[in-house]
Design a protein around this ligand. Structure first.
Ligand SMILES: C[S@@+](CC[C@H](N)C(=O)[O-])C[C@H]1O[C@@H](n2cnc3c(N)ncnc32)[C@H](O)[C@@H]1O
Length: 192
């Protein structure tokens, strides 16, 4: 029970950055990482690990040859992810700075971004900056996987994010909804 309570604490302290009351479910964690088709990738990045629920699945699904790192802005969440997934390289920084860490790892671009950022809590400037970074660091044909709560489609910032996503990437698709997630959520798959 400690982890959900900690998560709630971070939501109460910083609702727009945390963007959720509780970590994503097993069902959503499997859906986002399966939709990413992680086999045969060279470089995978995760944005916004929270407690590491997606990180754990990513590490199970990438091959030994795939390089992986994550960016988490909240120091407690970054540390929780390191404890849950000792093999994960987790930097405490904003996803906006992804290129710096990518180049430090010797790469110019990545195959996949698995993203847990709360887009519908972000203002337009931050949505623009993060979408710009995402497009910049993905290879041609590379994919962004990110989730949205069904309820966010009623929020102005959620609607704005959806429009920007479709305007930024030539191909965008959505998955089925995980109704057992709290709240129910689906995954966007955007291909550069
Ligand atoms: C909705 S939670 C999702 C956490 C986890 N992926 C999950 O699904 O349970 C969003 C996470 O993104 C992190 N975050 C918010 N803004 C960020 C940014 N600019 N760069 C990196 N992480 C960020 C928050 O601290 C939080 O851990």
């Amino acid at each position: 029970m400690l982890k959900p309570i900690k998560f709630l604490k971070h939501f109460l302290i910083s609702p727009n950055t945390t963007g959720a009351l509780t970590p994503s479910s097993e069902g959503l964690s499997h859906l986002i990482t399966d939709t990413a088709e992680l086999a045969n990738t060279s470089m995978v990045i995760e944005f916004g690990t929270g407690t590491g629920v997606f990180t754990e699945k990513i590490l199970q699904k990438i091959s030994d040859k795939t390089q992986f790192f994550a960016l988490e802005i909240n120091s407690e969440f970054a540390e929780q992810t390191r404890q849950k997934c000792p093999k994960a390289l987790v930097y405490e920084d904003s996803a906006v700075n992804a290129r710096t860490y990518l180049e430090a790892a010797g790469f110019q671009a990545c195959d996949r971004i698995i993203c847990g950022l709360p887009w519908a809590s972000f203002d337009e400037g931050l949505q623009n900056a993060l979408l710009q970074t995402t497009k910049d660091v993905l290879k041609p044909g590379g994919k962004l996987l990110t989730f949205a709560y069904v309820s966010s489609l009623l929020l102005p910032a959620g609607i704005r994010f959806r429009k920007k996503l479709y305007a930024t990437f030539p191909k965008v698709s959505t998955t089925r909804t995980i109704w057992m997630n709290i709240p129910p959520a689906f995954v966007y798959c955007a291909e550069k």
